[in-house]
Design a protein around this ligand. Structure first.
Ligand code: ADP
Ligand code: MG
Length: 516
């Protein structure tokens, strides 16, 4: 009988242990790529893309996304970091390092003939023990501003805030989140971050409202409007004819003039209609015809052209305006309100602040950094800090950081492991070993002897509470709570869940069929 071919000619197929090994190696490589960036003394990476753009960062998910990973199993680990970023906003390095080490331990287990299904079972059991232990570790302290500021500062350490501005930034982050919180419900989307290079991080400020890096299209338009009726136009402000690019057949100067007059009248009409509707300020996401601008200036309407869509959306949601698709559709119901719209000059740039919007109490962190790179890294750091404060308030509080929680969880797993049947017990113990890698890495990155540090850390947590706390240059064994190193429960929980999920998914694969 002739063989049956079910795959295309070019398909490559890898099976059994070879398939597992290739996937595990790829996963471990991803974890190794971010390992040195973990913690306050973690190093930065410089990523250069094909067009020469440079990103300097310490942020796990940013590194993994910029790395252009090709291997499918490695991509699963990148997804772990991305999910972590989307769900809780921090702990991306932790999640990737944990997933990579779960894979490394799984390989050892597979080598000693533990079946993949048993590994999966043991990992799931260990994760459940860890999740239970995690909820008992949550501090029962009140989540006051001081404590939340410590949470914010913990997430920012090592991320471009080394110039002494960390405490102030942490306070601003807490103030921003408090501003948009109703009890423990946080409207995180109402906090925006806007970066502007050209000043040091210490000049970062919290603005009550939203802003756009634009000024009115003409000098003779108002630059400071209070009690403003606001319109947002998501289209260009131009004549109907030119927007449809109709060609005129002009045969005489008189005809040309008539055509121009008609256009003029149309533009004047738009300005009048906006004025009649009571509009004081117009934000337009596209260009505004210069003749239209002149008529708008006559009507005293401060007009902004080419406003970024994200800014326009934020302005609309803060002021309660509905973005118009066409200036002819103007309807009083679609107009928003702001207590003040005001232009201010920052160095070479004009910024317009929209404050006191009718609908949302939006706030903006105006992030300053000496250069674009510094400002961009600060923006990521502040984004993480806003997220952790929001999830700490919103979720289940905070746990001690600096590797303390991981050590205690690993311990809980080792204690519970004998209750797990058969060889899955070995896998649970391997899970505990994988967790140990996090405090060990923190120790390594601070230049401590990692084996000694781990032994001491375990001993210290038998009787009390300790982590590898870094203060400036050196790491020491100390109580993270006293040192103010705190991470949200939700960040640790998500890291445990998503790392386990990704690792077990990779372990289960024993057949790779790749189309060419
Ligand atoms: P991730 O992407 O996982 O958030 P980070 O590089 O932000 O990675 O490092 C997070 C870890 O660093 C957390 O476990 C946190 O508790 C720890 N950490 C933060 N600040 C300190 C500090 N001052 N001393 C020791 N550990 C710290
Ligand atoms: Mg972090």
């Amino acid at each position: 009988m002739s063989p049956v071919f079910i795959l295309g000619n070019d398909a490559r197929r890898t099976r059994g242990r070879d398939a597992q090994s290739s996937n595990i190696t790829a996963g471990k490589a991803v974890a190794d790529a971010v390992r040195t960036t973990l913690g306050p003394r973690g190093m930065d990476k410089m990523l250069v893309d094909a067009t020469g753009n440079v990103v300097v960062t310490n942020d796990g998910v940013t590194i993994l996304e910029e790395m252009d990973v090709e291997h499918p199993a490695a991509k699963m680990l990148v997804d772990v970091a991305r999910t972590q970023e989307d769900e809780v906003g921090d702990g991306t390095t932790t999640a990737a390092v944990l997933a990579g080490n779960l894979l490394a331990r799984a390989e050892e287990l597979l080598d000693s003939d533990v079946h993949p299904t048993t590994v999966v079972e043991g990992y799931a059991a260990a994760r459940d023990i860890a999740l239970d232990a995690l909820s008992t570790l949550a501090l029962d302290a009140e989540l006051d501003d001081d404590l939340l500021a410590r949470v914010a500062a913990t997430s920012m350490t090592g991320k471009g805030t080394g110039d002494g501005s960390a405490d102030r930034l942490a306070d601003l982050v807490v103030a921003a989140v408090r501003h948009v919180a109703d009890g423990d419900r946080v409207r995180r989307d109402d906090v925006r971050v806007h970066t502007l290079a050209g000043a040091s991080a210490g000049a970062t400020e919290l603005v009550e409202g939203v802003l756009t890096e634009k000024s009115p299209v003409r000098e003779d338009m108002p630059r400071d409007v209070s009690d403003a009726t606001v319109a947002v136009l998501d289209a260009k402000l131009d004549t109907r004819e030119t927007s449809a690019s109709v060609e005129y057949n002009i045969t005489s100067a008189g005809q040309l003039n008539a055509a121009l007059d008609a256009e003029d009248a149309e533009l004047r009409e738009y300005a009048r209609r906006l004025a009649d509707a009571g509009v004081d300020v117009l934000f337009c996401t596209k260009k505004v015809d210069s003749r239209a601008a002149a008529y708008l200036a006559d009507e005293d309407i401060a007009t902004f052209a080419n406003v970024k869509t994200s800014d326009a959306t934020a302005i609309a949601s803060a002021t309660g305006a509905v973005a118009l698709g066409d200036v002819r559709d103007i309807d009083p119901d679609d107009l928003g309100y702001a207590a003040s719209v005001r232009v201010e000059t920052y160095g070479d740039d004009d910024l317009t602040f929209v404050e006191g919007g009718r609908d949302a109490e939006s706030v903006t962190l105006l992030v300053r950094g000496s250069t674009e790179h510094v400002a961009a890294e600060l923006e990521r750091a502040l984004g993480d800090a806003l997220d952790v404060v929001a999830v700490a308030l919103d979720g289940d509080g905070v746990v001690p950081g600096a590797g303390c929680t991981e050590i205690v969880l690993a311990d809980a797993i080792r204690e519970g492991a004998p209750g797990i049947d058969g060889r899955a017990q070995l896998a649970a113990e391997a899970f505990a070993d994988a967790l140990d890698v996090l405090p060990r890495t923190l120790a390594e990155n601070t230049g401590m002897d990692s084996i000694d540090a781990l032994v001491d850390l375990r001993a210290a947590n038998e009787t009390g509470r300790a982590g590898i706390v870094t203060d400036g240059e050196t790491g020491t064994l100390a109580d993270p709570v006293e040192a103010g190193v705190l991470d949200p429960v939700a960040v640790k929980r998500d890291a445990l869940e998503s790392a386990t999920e990704a690792a077990t998914m990779v372990v289960r694969i024993d057949d790779i069929i790749a189309a060419n």
